[in-house]
Design a protein around this ligand. Structure first.
Ligand SMILES: Cc1cc2nc3c(=O)[nH]c(=O)nc-3n(C[C@H](O)[C@H](O)[C@H](O)COP(=O)(O)OP(=O)(O)OC[C@H]3O[C@@H](n4cnc5c(N)ncnc54)[C@H](O)[C@@H]3O)c2cc1C
Length: 452
């Protein structure tokens, strides 16, 4: 098994030329810095609007987190629906769940509308319980989905064995309207749409400083009326908002292709995208050419500062998968790669317009392609419309100065890693914003009143 991102392998031989780095000083109406799912979505907003728009990306489009991801397009991210209900109540959870749902719609319509070749597949989601506590989690999720009036199916351990070839799970909840995608090919396909529509895209163009309206790279600069920053792993020298974000590490691997008999032995009826109920969960799905894409991590490495490149952790994930599916014990996994997902302290994104410099917009810490896709478009719409779009209340959920369980000054004493992991754990398992935070109560009740 070699250390190499499979999605990069799938780009070899395709016709996706790198866009040249920025080598001059230019003016633009809008500059977008960073082009993963969020920056691309922001840039797509400007197609056909007749504005001069420039995209600066330090890697290739999708070359960081988006292009390392497993490409599950589901509204579930680090925050499950039951956890959103605990935090925000039923109305708030519905309001927030529509963020990734709209993100999925947007990605899917871009892919199908422009015929992007990125292995888009309809794959129902299967959230799998492990052990007694996992079965309780599945039932919680079932109750949460029922409370919001969604469609889903509950499977106990026995019923589950009819749709998945394993005895290792205690139950599952299944739901539709979810997809699998090669996200790097999606980003590179989107690049063609942008370039084809006159948007100026520069890859290998890292922004080194932002001063006033001007962003500088090694060889050039862009001075723009509006600047939308959708960059990851931000350095504090670029913006003070870098402090809002840390990251969580996960690992992915890809197998050699399965034959039809092996596929039927794990998915006898439909192909699902699956993840389990453990704290550092494992996740898997089939690619269009029948390879198993399998991911996971472990407690110790999740909040590590830098990428860990050893195969030790993913080898344990693979061993655990093969225990659940002994029929695949001889299957080889051929490539693996690590990735750090930017996130905020409470796992919701931070999206803002800088009060000190209102032409500067930030989309930070989006956990999940659908969240990033919605938030990039949201920031672009509000940048051009003076913040007056009907969904402007999302700024309140995503503001940078929202309260966190462990106060930020403790980060100076205990370190960002420890305090972030405590805040993330609290947000996932205990936080109740709507009870404990007057501002959240006001957003949710105002929103609810507005909707009825
Ligand atoms: C292994 C792994 C598996 C995952 N699986 C899934 C999954 O199955 N489903 C899902 O929804 N999500 C998944 N995620 C999470 C998902 O990938 C991210 O949440 C999402 O891609 C974030 O998108 P983004 O646009 O906000 O960030 P990014 O994709 O990180 O984009 C930010 C961009 O900014 C660029 N940049 C940074 N600094 C600068 C600078 N100074 N100048 C110019 N450009 C800059 C970067 O190069 C990068 O391209 C996974 C992540 C990983 C690592």
């Amino acid at each position: 098994m070699i250390l190499q991102n499979w999605w990069f392998t799938t780009l070899l031989g395709t016709d996706d030329p790198i866009q040249p780095p920025l080598r001059k000083d230019i003016r633009a109406d809008v500059l977008i810095i960073g082009a993963g799912a969020a920056g691309i979505s922001a840039a797509l907003h400007f197609v056909g609007k007749g504005l001069k728009v420039v995209v600066l990306e330090r890697n290739i489009l999708g070359g960081s987190t988006s292009g390392k991801s497993a490409g599950f397009l589901t509204p579930d991210s680090e925050l499950e629906l039951s956890q959103l209900i605990r935090r925000f109540g039923v109305d708030g959870a519905r309001d927030l769940w529509s963020v990734p749902t709209k993100g999925i719609d947007r990605m899917r319509s871009t892919i199908t509308g422009h015929g992007i070749d990125c292995d888009l597949q309809r794959q129902d989601s299967l959230f799998l319980g492990i052990g007694k506590s996992g079965w309780a989690d599945i039932q919680d999720e079932m109750r949460a989905r029922t409370a919001l009036g969604f469609d889903q199916t509950l499977y106990d351990a026995n019923a589950l064995t009819k749709i998945i070839g394993s005895n290792g799970y205690s139950g599952a909840v299944r739901y539709a309207e979810t997809y699998g995608v090669n996200a790097l090919r999606y980003c590179q396909g989107a690049k063609k749409i942008l370039v084809g529509n006159g948007i100026e895209v520069h890859e290998a163009s890292e922004v080194l400083s932002i001063e006033d309206h001007c962003a500088r790279t090694h060889l050039g600069s862009v001075t723009a009326d509006q600047i939308i920053v959708c960059a990851d792993k931000l350095d504090r020298s670029l913006t003070r908002f870098a402090d809002n974000v840390y990251h969580a590490q996960t690992f992915l691997s890809i197998s050699e292709p399965l034959n039809d008999r092996m596929v039927a032995s794990i998915f006898p009826s439909d192909r699902f995208q699956c993840w389990d109920s453990t704290l550092v969960y494992s996740y898997f799905r089939l690619t269009g050419d029948n390879r198993i894409l399998l991911g996971g991590g472990d407690m110790l490495s999740t909040f590590a500062k830098n990428d860990l490149d050893s195969p030790r952790i993913i080898n344990r994930v693979i061993a655990g998968f093969k225990e659940k599916f002994p029929q695949l014990r001889d299957l080889e996994f051929i490539q693996y790669w690590p990735g750090r997902i930017d996130s905020t302290r409470d796992l919701l994104p931070t999206v803002l317009k800088d009060e000190r410099a209102p032409w500067l917009h930030f989309v930070l810490g989006c956990v999940g392609l659908p969240w990033a896709t919605f938030c990039g478009d949201f920031a672009a719409r509000h940048a051009m419309n003076g913040g007056n779009e009907p969904d402007k209340h999302y700024y309140d959920y995503f503001r940078p100065d929202r309260g966190f369980f462990v106060p930020l000054w403790l980060e100076r004493v205990l370190g960002k890693q420890i305090v972030f992991s405590l805040n993330n754990g609290w947000a996932k398992y205990y936080q109740k914003d709507v009870q404990n935070n007057a501002r959240t109560r006001a957003i949710v009740s105002g929103r609810h009143a507005g909707m009825t």
